[in-house]
Write a new protein. Structure first.
Length: 316
């Protein structure tokens, strides 16, 4: 049993439309206790939607989400409350979501007030100071407003707010996408240190395969709402044609080529969303495509050593 499990999860944002389109299409995935599972894929492929479904911040169209074996996918607000503090999310710009008239102390106090109702003010403040310290900021930040912080400091406050209730599972959604290279490494290191200190399990979402390879134990690759490949480790040999294309786009050192490759991946994804209703979602771009790829969608298949691939041609 995993800590968090998605079972045949679907999400459509246009439920009333005749021809539904799905942001997440039949994803079954287990996140093991204590691991960092990477989730990569281009913008718009459904990563954030999947993260929000796991945390029940969005309701699935069908399928289930299990947390510690409990099916939480139809819990009401009341039943969800004790689970909610255990499952948290860190966003790309977490602090944008905070009240701009709040100082850091108020931002961090909000979840504490919500969950530690019976504690004294002194006890609650102790929690706030402790978490601030854990993310590498001193007490002078308590009285600052969000707009008085640098990008990196804001990200640290976002992390502090997500961790102040001591959750077990955290979805990190593009947390290093808007910071520079040095800051990126510092934030990644901080997340790894906090994982050790708090015994966390992460789903680490990023469009950047190289960031994911730095911090993740396993990596799931998503394309048009489906999981194409699950790599059992960062050193595993990539099998799926799409994962290879994604890696080439991220590793190309020439920024112009990289941009071109990413663009063409994106264009293909957009044009395919209109036409590839049957068969493999990657068929129009794939150099290995066969007739069968146009008729049957490949299922995610375990090819040994915990490595799974959804492809008719390279599934062995
Ligand atoms: N709240 C929403 N309402 C309608 N469509 C949405 C909403 N959120 C995401 N989508 C659509 O769902 C698809 C997946 O989006 P998202 O999960 O944000 O992808 P990613 O995080 O990989 O960029 C996209 O086509 C996006 O436009
Ligand atoms: S199933 Fe066919 S089209 Fe899809 S990735 Fe494999 S070879 Fe390419
Ligand atoms: Mg996203």
């Amino acid at each position: 049993m995993g800590l968090v499990e998605a079972i045949d999860l679907y999400k459509s944002y246009d439920e009333k439309a005749k021809e539904k389109s799905y942001a997440v299409q039949g994803v079954t995935l287990t996140i093991k206790q204590g691991e960092t599972l990477g989730l990569v894929g281009e913008s718009g492929c459904g990563k954030s939607t999947f993260g929000k479904l796991l945390l029940q911040l969005e309701k699935q169209t069908s399928g289930k989400v299990l947390f510690k074996g409990q099916d939480i996918s139809n819990y009401n607000f009341h039943k969800m409350r004790p689970i909610r503090r255990n499952i948290q999310m860190i966003f790309q710009n977490s602090t944008n979501l905070f009240n701009p008239y709040f100082i850091v102390k108020q931002i961090l106090m909000e979840p504490v007030n919500n969950y530690f109702l019976h504690e004294s003010d002194a006890e609650k403040e102790k929690r706030v100071r402790a978490i601030l310290h854990s993310v590498g900021l001193d007490e002078s930040y308590l009285t600052r407003y969000g707009n008085e912080l640098s990008g990196g400091q804001r990200q640290r406050i976002g992390i502090a707010r997500a961790l102040i209730l001591h959750p077990e599972f955290v979805v990190c959604d593009e947390v290093v996408s808007s910071v520079d290279y040095t800051m990126r490494n510092q934030i990644l290191q901080l997340l790894m240190d906090l994982k050790e200190a708090f015994g966390l399990t992460y789903l680490f979402i990023s469009h950047d395969l190289s960031a994911v390879q730095k911090v993740c134990d396993r990596v799931a690759v998503m394309y048009m709402g489906k999981v194409m490949e699950i790599l059992p480790s960062i050193n595993a040999r990539i099998k799926h044609p799409y994962t290879k294309a994604l890696l080439d786009a991220t590793l190309d050192v020439n920024p112009r080529n990289r941009e071109k490759q990413t663009m063409s991946l994106k264009e293909t994804a957009e044009s395919e969303s209109a036409i590839a209703n049957e068969g493999c979602p990657y068929q129009n771009r794939c150099l290995l495509a066969q007739d069968i790829c146009k008729i049957h969608a490949p299922k995610l298949k375990n090819i040994g050593d915990d490595h799974a691939v959804a492809c008719h041609v390279v599934d062995h």
